[in-house]
Ligand binder design. Sequence first.
Ligand SMILES: Nc1ncnc2c1ncn2[C@@H]1O[C@H](COP(=O)(O)OP(=O)(O)OP(=O)(O)O)[C@@H](O)[C@H]1O
Ligand SMILES: [Mg+2]
Length: 270
Amino acid sequence: MTQSSSASMGTPQVLLQVNGLTRNFGGLVALHDVSFNVARGEIVGLIGPNGAGKTTAFNVISGTMPPSSGTVIFDSQDISAGPPSKVVVKGLARTFQSTSTYPECSVAENIYRGMLSRLKGTTVSRLTGRRTGLLPAQQVASEIDEILNQVDMQAWRDVPAGSLAYGLQKKLGIAVALASRPTLLLLDEPAAGLNHEECNELGRLLKHLQQQYGLTLLLVEHHMALVMDLCERIVVLVQGEKIAEGTPLQIRENPAVIQAYLGAPDYAHA
Ligand SMILES: Nc1ncnc2c1ncn2[C@@H]1O[C@H](COP(=O)(O)OP(=O)(O)OP(=O)(O)O)[C@@H](O)[C@H]1O
Ligand SMILES: [Mg+2]
């Protein structure tokens, strides 16, 4: 994990600061005055019932939609104004709740598109207008291989993404995000639709990405066993409000969280 001089004093270096974020849709308040931090190298969970505002938080943080008020500071820069193409160049990538790869393109081509996203919006790409020519072919091939290795998908390199099993399509979504070389990765329900075995494998992959590559992760997930196992801290949203923040143990035992979310029949086993 990279640490600043302040970290040597024992204070973890803040990578993402979400300050008083509010997002309205007409009369609906999807997020209301939500604040939390993510430290460099941490895995933080963002949980809450359906409609709590988790995806909206990801949309605002990643620059897809502006906040109604509040700010998002990433790596000491204000990224509240987006757009996503500039935010990703700064090192913040995301995956989507639904699979979002190009089904007719091969796995390798999808990863290549992820690599290009880190060039879009940069001055050099605008000046040359040659986004696709900026990476030498040999570098492209070796980076694709490296990313396929990271996610253990070498066997599917030339297969069209649309023909992959669902679990592999979701993993490809992570690979595409990794191709932009993020320091922070936002994952929106990566375990949704995965079977037990795939879910365990996902947990191992995310831990590996954190430990091996120093990646910082913000994870939206309803799969409580995965969240409790993986996350060092958890932020809980209910109806657009942050109702709790703490360690997995603190969250599991928090009466307000149990009442609003964990005690619901679907999550009572968590
Ligand atoms: N683009 C939009 N326009 C209007 N309303 C929206 C929009 N996006 C989200 N909402 C509303 O904002 C609220 C929060 O939605 P959001 O998708 O952020 O919830 P979520 O926590 O991600 O839920 P889930 O667990 O079901 O994915 C919901 O009431 C939703 O209907
Ligand atoms: Mg959502």
